[in-house]
Ligand binder design. Structure first.
Ligand SMILES: [Zn+2]
Length: 119
């Protein structure tokens, strides 16, 4: 009958499961566990709407980690990325690095005076 149909429709609109979830809870999250070559286990939380990446940098050691505990990505043979400053510091003492910086500033200032640089 026509009356029964409208009753069902009405109950769906009023108490839909989607509506309750949206109003009652904070953004739902999924947790993904990643494993790195050094056997660290890292649990990372993502929004359920986000696609969890297949690999993740281990927060403990920085190596790439994957969801596969038995087959973590191999540790790269190359050392992790270093900033240029870190590289300079490794090869020279801090004092020398400061000297280089001072020289660079002097050069910059002298160029300004001589008009190579306007600003
Ligand atoms: Zn690790």
């Amino acid at each position: 009958m026509a009356g029964g149909g409208s009753a069902i429709r009405g109950s769906r609109v009023g108490a839909g499961p989607m509506g309750e979830a949206e109003r009652g809870q904070a953004a739902p999250r999924q947790t993904v566990t990643y494993f790195c070559a050094r056997e660290h286990r890292s649990v990372v939380a993502f929004s359920v709407e986000a696609q969890a990446p297949e690999s993740w940098d281990c927060p403990k050691c920085g190596l790439p980690a994957s969801m596969d505990a038995d087959n973590p990505p191999p540790a790269p043979k190359i050392e992790p990325y270093k900033t240029h400053l870190a590289y300079v510091k490794e090869r020279r003492s801090d004092e020398e690095a400061a000297e280089i910086l001072t020289e660079a500033l002097k050069l910059l200032r002298s160029r300004r005076k001589s008009g190579d640089l306007i600003f």
